[in-house]
Design a protein around this ligand. Structure first.
Ligand SMILES: C[S@@+](CC[C@H](N)C(=O)[O-])C[C@H]1O[C@@H](n2cnc3c(N)ncnc32)[C@H](O)[C@@H]1O
Length: 229
């Protein structure tokens, strides 16, 4: 089967011969289960805003968040994806797509350069350093957008779903934010280079992490119960 091109990056479609360490599922996360979990979290924890890294075309996770009626600030570094998502989400006045990079460019590139990519999980490419570097190698309006939007005390659901190779860097930066105890964290691709280590980090430190059927995504109450209504 041929690779599918999504603007500037390529995601391989898999056939039976494909190596088992490659990602196998849809980019858009808008399953019924995801919708139910998001709606429950928003209600149970009285969430005011959603912050997302990685909008893609806006028709996956972002459309699920949009329908909650809460403010949604979603960060996308790829200009084509940003424009497509802005158009696709035009009807939702509560949503703003930000043409930005989740972290500072330097931090993203350093994280990729120094990463060994040797953990036993799924990857998007046989050349992960250059693959993910190309994904973030974009001119944007705002760098460090995750810090701008989520480094605060507000009751937010924070969803991390950008480039596989930088997912863990985003997670580690986010875990340094003082206000993280007022957040519900949701992670996509937890059996993948993106967030496998993020889940392990949380579990080792005693956070309760809930996982979706099939281990696609996970969620965690960083307030350890204090935010629950
Ligand atoms: C997996 S897709 C997001 C899928 C989307 N959340 C959904 O469920 O439909 C990842 C997106 O993140 C964008 N991206 C990758 N790295 C980024 C970064 N560091 N900051 C902002 N956007 C990023 C890519 O351009 C791509 O569109």
């Amino acid at each position: 089967m041929q690779p599918t091109t999504i603007n500037n990056f390529v995601r391989t479609e898999f056939n039976e011969e494909a190596p088992s360490n490659r990602i196998k599922y849809d980019i858009n996360l808008n399953s019924k289960e995801f919708e139910l979990v998001v709606n429950d979290l928003v209600l149970d924890f009285d969430i005011d805003e959603v912050v997302e890294t990685g909008t893609f075309n806006g028709l996956g996770s972002t459309s699920v968040f949009a329908k909650t009626g809460k403010y949604v600030f979603t960060i996308e570094c790829n200009k084509n994806n940003f424009e497509t998502a802005t158009k696709n989400l035009e009807q939702y006045q509560n949503v703003c797509v930000i043409h930005g990079l989740s972290l500072q460019r330097e931090i993203l590139i350093k994280h990729l350069i120094h990463q060994e990519f040797d953990i036993d999980t799924t990857y998007d490419s046989d050349y992960p350093k250059s693959f993910y570097m190309r994904e973030i190698n974009q001119q944007v309006v705002l760098e460090n957008a995750l810090d701008v939007l989520a480094n605060n005390d507000r009751r937010q659901l924070v969803f991390l779903d950008s480039a596989g190779g930088v997912g863990y860097a985003e997670f580690l930066e986010f875990m340094n934010y003082e206000g993280k105890h007022n957040k519900i964290l949701v992670l996509d691709d937890i059996d993948h280079i993106k967030h496998k280590r993020s889940v392990e980090y949380l579990e080792i430190r005693g956070y309760q992490v809930s996982k979706s059927v099939g281990n696609r995504f996970a969620w965690c109450d960083l307030s350890k119960g204090k935010l629950r209504k």
